[in-house]
Design a binder for this molecule. Structure first.
Ligand code: NAD
Length: 437
């Protein structure tokens, strides 16, 4: 069994490398020549824990190769995964499928034996069938099946998620395609991972439904946090009490600055868009989208309020730019809305992130980048924890506070406790834990 992977971003690179770990020969293709040149030398263009050593090992074992030549990949593969980007085309959430359909057209030209073409990208209902139509249009003689195998890995924990997933979801029509995918995922199946076989449409929708449900959980607890601040209840205790209930579960109940990243924002919008297309309004998710959008502004206003309702010429230190820890991905991160909002009101921004500064420089301007949290704190009027990187979890708060001009800490991820702060930080503001005065 030889596997082809089209697109070597967060998903394609991790999936391709992990398939090689399973023992298959994997060819990964990308249009981005610089990326492929780097990868051939074993250099990883993204930050993802454990990935570099795995790529290095598989390159050495000759099980993994990188190329820009899609022809070679398709001709030599029994299964070809499409893992290209599916960004939002517009504010309303219409998904841009140009990369997916472009890849399908290219793949079609080179199918020379029975091949299964599988979408790993998150794509709207009907995409796999459209890929089938495109391939037949380009190459009516092609012997192939399409399948849908949405990916559920999380950036920052991608290798573990891929190797030990909660389930593998496969949408397919033919028994032959199911058999190929069963062989590919056999190592996980032997480890008791549930492999769920469904229709193409079901697989496509289940991915969006999962992401939208998780985004809803986050948004729900964020609104509960507001109620906590108004009443003196503690959102972490509320979440703990809720989480013990097996029907609810404790995950994704952490109040914070709102969800961001390369998936939840675009996938919630896409689900709303699908609801409109099929005249079945997704009212809950559409509210979630709106509430989350407002959340970023609410958080920026919280920072301004903590600075005496005016940030003109005030120095605000930001800890964490990436949308979550352990990734350099800044796509749709809360920081990308909050920082410009503060800058528009005259704030001077100092910031640090352990891995995302290079990515952040492409979307944020006029930032004084600092070497660590202590460097950020110097002369600040307020310090804001926006991403809960481990290195911010055990800061020497006394040292931080001594170098700050005004001792205000906004912990928007609730990583410190009251007892950590007492007598060290004069003004500590977190999310949903203390009554708003
Ligand atoms: P990405 O932007 O990091 O990578 C996409 C890659 O595809 C890029 O390197 C691009 O150059 C390449 N590409 C585009 N068109 C191509 C073509 N025709 N031929 C070859 N290469 C091509 O995207 P990503 O974050 O890996 O996401 C990919 C898909 O997986 C998206 O649909 C996303 O929603 C989904 N997904 C992402 C995550 C995640 O955490 N990032 C998790 C689950 C699912």
């Amino acid at each position: 069994m030889r596997i082809g992977m089209i697109g070597t971003g967060y998903v394609g690179l991790v999936s391709g490398t992990c398939f090689a770990e399973f023992g298959f020969h994997v060819s990964c293709a990308d249009k981005d020549e610089t990326k492929i040149e780097q990868l051939k030398k074993g250099k990883i263009p993204i930050f993802e824990p454990q990935l570099e050593s795995l790529v290095e090992r598989q390159l050495k074992a000759d099980r993994l190769e990188f190329t820009t030549d899609i022809k070679q990949v398709v001709e030599n593969s029994d299964a070809v995964f499409i893992a290209v980007g599916t960004p939002s085309r517009r504010e309303d959430g219409d998904v841009n499928l140009d990369y997916v359909y472009g890849a399908a057209r290219e793949i079609a030209q080179y199918i020379n034996k029975y091949t299964v073409i599988i979408t790993k990208s998150t794509v709207p209902i009907g995409t796999a069938r459209e890929i089938k139509r495109i391939i037949l249009e380009e190459n009516p003689q092609a012997d192939f099946d399409v399948a849908s195998n949405p990916e559920f890995l999380r950036e920052g924990a991608a290798i573990n998620d891929f190797m030990r997933p909660d389930r593998v979801l496969i949408g397919a029509e033919s028994e032959r395609a199911c058999e190929v995918l069963r062989s590919i995922y056999r190592p996980l199946f032997l480890n008791q991972t549930p492999i769920v076989f469904v229709s193409l449409e079901t697989a496509e929708l289940a991915k969006y439904a999962s992401n939208a449900f998780l985004a809803t959980k986050i948004t729900f607890i964020n609104e509960i946090a507001n109620l906590c601040e108004a009443t003196g209840a503690n959102v972490q205790d509320v979440a703990r009490a809720m989480g013990y209930d097996g029907r609810i579960g404790s995950k994704f109940l952490h109040a914070g600055p709102g969800y961001g990243g390369s998936c939840f924002p675009k996938d919630t919008l896409a689900l709303v868009q699908m609801g409109e297309k099929y005249n079945t309004p997704q009212t809950i998710v559409s509210q979630v989208v709106q509430v989350n959008k407002n959340r970023f502004i609410e958080m920026a206003d919280k920072i301004i309020l903590a600075c005496g309702s005016d940030v003109m010429n005030k120095k605000i230190g930001i800890l964490g730019i990436s949308f979550k820890p352990n990734t350099d991905d800044v796509r749709d991160a809360p920081s990308l809305t909050i920082i410009p909002y503060l800058q528009e009101r005259g704030a001077i921004i100092k910031a640090h992130d352990p891995e995302a500064i290079e990515q952040a420089k492409k979307c944020l301007v006029n930032i004084h980048w600092c070497k660590d949290a202590y460097d950020v704190a110097v002369d600040c009027d307020a310090l804001v924890i926006l991403t809960e990187w481990n290195e911010y979890r055990a800061l020497d708060l006394k040292r931080l506070s001594q170098s700050m001009k005004i001792k205000t800490l906004l912990d928007l991820r609730n990583i410190y406790k009251d007892s950590d702060i007492e007598g060290v930080i004069e003004n500590y503001i977190s999310v949903g834990r203390f009554k708003r005065l």
